[in-house]
Design a protein around this ligand. Structure first.
Ligand code: HEC
Length: 155
């Protein structure tokens, strides 16, 4: 009985954490994400109803995501780097990115809106990545959103 209660407690905490994360994200940005221009252009229906529209291009981890991580994140997020030591996030490749931080995953395949990676590079959480560096460009952020909404594949 006591063990059961303890297990329930853990589940409730996990649920609350999830809800808290969801809540924090729902309150900001205030409106909806910017809508893509409507022109009847073929919008691939990807991401299973994720909140961020897909801009259409097919993203590749190796060609699009990895070079950006290399340029903008690996300075601190490789074994022994500041970011890696403090957060546990190692961005030297696909496996490290998908493993996430010591607190858990930062990529939720198919849902860029709730992926902490996107939350952080957008500065939605109060801290912004990259730390003390020029923010990512709109294109880079959209590329990440698309890649995640397309399933965050190792492609
Ligand atoms: C100049 C160093 C530096 C660079 C460049 C940098 N980071 Fe970080 N990052 C850190 C440090 C230090 C931490 C741990 C402290 C913190 O969370 O603020 C961290 C933490 C994180 C976290 C975990 C935050 C949390 O609270 O769970 C994520 C996710 C992250 N970085 C993503 C990125 C991404 C993506 C890039 C590249 C676009 C990047 N970082 C570039 C230093 C850096």
């Amino acid at each position: 009985m006591a063990a059961n209660l303890k297990r329930l407690g853990a589940a409730a905490v996990a649920l609350l954490t999830l809800m808290a994360a969801g809540g924090a994200m729902a309150e900001d940005p205030p409106g909806m994400p910017p809508m893509p221009p409507m022109g009847g252009a073929s919008m691939p229906a990807m991401g299973g109803g994720s909140a961020w529209p897909d801009s259409g291009g097919r993203m590749s981890f190796k060609e699009d995501v990895l070079p950006m991580l290399k340029n903008r994140c690996q300075e601190c997020h490789v074994t022994g780097g500041d970011g890696e030591r403090q957060s546990g996030l190692n961005l030297d490749g696909y496996d490290g990115l998908m493993r996430g931080t010591k607190f858990g995953p930062v990529v939720v395949p198919g849902n860029a809106m709730v992926s902490n990676l996107v939350v952080l590079v957008e500065g939605r959480a109060g801290i912004r990545m990259p730390h003390n560096r020029r923010p990512l460009s709109k294109c880079e952020v959209q590329m990440l959103r698309d890649w995640i909404n397309q399933g965050a594949l190792n492609n």
